[in-house]
Write a protein that binds this ligand. Structure first.
Ligand code: G3P
Length: 218
């Protein structure tokens, strides 16, 4: 399973890239706003230079023709840019047009199988169902992932499923068990994935015993 990092924070991206855990990055307008930089194209370029893999940048317009125009500008930033388009009626028109131009689209804000089916038919390269936000309203986000994977498998769609709005390690583990193509993970969750109290406890014991041995040898 590919790990994308769900952040626009360059330092976090560099750190996780050094861990070998960064196959790509996803941003959205809220994540970009958190960085407080108004030179958003420059920030996306810097992220692409570090990642050297797919980097999603989102359109900030609502009409199809505006989304298409903005996407055409965004792809000039880097060969790695993927255009995030919301799964709306206008978004679908934009996805269809951009896909026919060979522009990679990540259909975002997906909350239903029907949305996932339509964006795949429109030619989206990626679909981003938001599991955490479904869990927030008492719906089972991971169940949606399972259903989308089933539907895409039924018809051989090559749209890659990005599990998005990941909130905790179990979302990542369940994504891998279901065979999702990608999980886009916040940096703090990536670090939680490696942590285990028994590893820390075991290591403390090994270090203490080793110290004792060195002391006895003197
Ligand atoms: O990838 C989408 C993600 O950024 C949304 O996450 O935690 O705001 O629901 P969240």
């Amino acid at each position: 399973m590919k790990f994308f990092i769900d952040t626009a924070n360059l330092e976090a991206i560099k750190e996780i890239k050094a861990m070998g855990m960064c196959d790509g990055v996803t941003t959205n307008p809220s994540l970009m706003a958190k960085e407080g930089r108004t030179d958003t194209d420059a920030l996306l370029r810097e992220i692409c230079d570090v990642v050297q893999g797919p980097v999603s940048g989102e359109v900030t317009t609502l009409k199809a023709d505006e989304m298409i125009a903005q996407a055409r500008q965004l792809v000039k930033i880097s060969e790695y840019i993927v255009i995030k388009i919301p799964a709306t009626y206008e978004g679908l028109l934009a996805i269809s047009a951009l896909a026919s131009e060979g522009i990679a689209v990540n259909a975002t804000l997906v909350f239903s199988v029907s949305q996932a089916l339509l964006v795949a038919k429109a030619g989206a390269a990626y679909v981003s169902p938001f599991v955490g936000r479904l869990d927030d309203v008492s719906e089972d986000g991971m169940n949606l992932i399972e259903e989308i994977i089933t539907v895409y498998g039924n018809y051989g769609y090559d749209t890659e499923v990005i599990v998005a709005s990941v909130r905790h390690p179990l979302h990542v583990v369940e994504s891998a068990l279901l065979g999702a193509d990608v999980a886009t993970i916040p940096p703090q969750v990536i670090k939680k994935l490696i942590a285990h109290p028994l590893t820390d406890k075991g290591l403390a014991g090994f270090m203490a015993d080793w110290e004792k041995l060195q002391g006895g040898a003197r």
